[in-house]
Design a protein around this ligand. Structure first.
Ligand SMILES: Cc1ncc(COP(=O)(O)O)c(C=O)c1O
Length: 389
């Protein structure tokens, strides 16, 4: 087979197409000289909140900061227990630990790879029985772009008086029963890392909320804890979304629905070509949910007994043929040496641990071409038919 070259994400094609709009928007900010919390930040925050169906949105310097500030503003702090998934990027638990709270892991569902709702309540009840410290919040992650089961989660939140923080870094534009992610909990935390569904030209993030007090607290926290110039009610952060990034994001926001639709069409093409392959499980989209496919991630069941894990041999074969792929995530968070003190062990979260060996993210971006998808699927087919060779 002739060598091809397909990156995991191609940002260049999209940026090139937008260049005619981007340059004047950036020039306008340069001419204004207003680089910090300028007009574009205020306008973008309004437009973003409207898109998500929330009352407020507060721009910050990254998705990680969005999580840290979101947790603090929701009142999560020193010693608080926060339920979360062991199957996410480090930023999720990093934020919990940064605010002095303690992650309490709950395994993921085999069908969605999101936190398993049936196990959340078990965890809350067990925790109430065995510990003097109660659970304060749930930090959930809509992984790869697939929303969590928000009806059930909001029910637990009401029943047990929990704060809900949504990690929407991978799920901008996703919907659960007609409502956008980031509009359910106390705070929705988004990343504008360049490869996200809505990405800027560097780091950036935002927090959505319907709570006026929480929004005011966030505006203060991101700006050194200042409520009025040179007046501070507490120590905060220097974590503001740059005006230039906001100008770029405003422009991209106008195109983003079309790009998400293109992602969804690419995912459908993949599904069609892959779902009949033995041992391959295409991503699910439960009823009432709209996946935004920040990642297109398949499961390749590990056929125990073979010399090499099936996912690993498929990944190797794709790599040899010039197709970039990624494993999100090769090690569950509870197994990181960083969290040794939490005393989790291998075997505690079997689904998460199994998915470390079986999930593979394939190239995905709006501009991916049908023939490229076909080439990728042919290589996967070939690899699986050669018995993992
Ligand atoms: C699930 C998740 N949470 C948080 C983040 C952090 O976002 P940022 O890189 O903007 O800090 C990421 C980034 O990839 C992520 O995937």
């Amino acid at each position: 087979m002739t060598k091809i070259n397909i990156p995991l994400v191609d940002l260049k094609v999209q940026n090139k197409k937008l260049m005619g709009e981007l340059i004047p928007a950036i020039e306008k900010v340069i001419e204004s000289g207003n680089f910090i919390l300028g007009q574009d930040v205020r306008e973008f925050e309004k437009e973003f909140a409207k898109y998500c169906g929330t009352k407020y949105a507060v721009g910050v310097a990254s998705g990680t900061d969005a999580l840290v500030l979101g947790l603090i503003a929701a009142g999560v702090g020193e010693g608080d227990r926060v339920i979360t998934t062991p199957f996410s990027f480090i930023a999720t638990t990093e934020a919990i630990c940064r605010v002095g709270a303690i992650p309490v892991f709950v395994d993921i569902s085999e069908d969605t790879y999101n936190i398993d709702c049936a196990k959340i309540e078990e965890c809350i009840v067990a925790h109430k029985k065995n510990s003097a410290v109660r659970i304060k919040a749930i930090l959930l992650v809509h992984l790869y772009g697939l929303p969590c089961e928000m009806n059930a989660i909001m029910r637990f939140a009401r029943r047990h008086n929990l704060k809900i923080i949504e990690d929407c870094a991978q799920s901008f534009g996703s919907e659960y029963r007609g409502k956008k992610v980031g509009s359910f909990g106390d705070a929705g935390c988004f990343s504008f890392f360049p490869s996200k569904n809505l990405g800027c030209f560097g780091d950036g993030g935002i927090i959505t909320t319907n709570d006026k007090k929480l929004a005011e607290k966030l505006m203060m926290l991101r700006n050194h804890g200042s409520f009025k110039q040179y007046h501070y009610s507490e120590h905060g952060f220097n974590s503001r979304l740059d005006t230039i990034q906001a100008a770029i994001l405003r422009l991209k926001l106008r195109h983003v629905d079309k790009w998400i639709q293109m992602r969804r069409e690419n995912a459908l093409d993949y599904n069609r070509l892959l779902s009949s392959l033995p041992g391959v499980v295409a991503p699910s989209e439960p009823k009432g949910v709209r996946h935004s496919f920040n990642y297109y991630t398949i499961r390749i069941k590990d056929n125990a007994g073979r010399n090499e894990n099936a996912r690993d041999s498929v990944q190797k074969r794709l790599g040899k043929n010039g197709v970039a792929t990624a494993v999100y995530y090769p090690l569950s968070l509870h197994l990181l040496t960083l969290y040794k003190r939490l005393k989790y062990r291998r075997g505690d979260f079997p689904v998460s641990e199994q998915m470390e060996k079986e999930l593979l993210s394939l190239p995905m971006c709006p501009e991916l071409k049908k023939p490229q998808i076909r080439q990728i699927c042919d290589i996967i087919n070939d690899s699986l038919c050669h018995c993992g060779g």
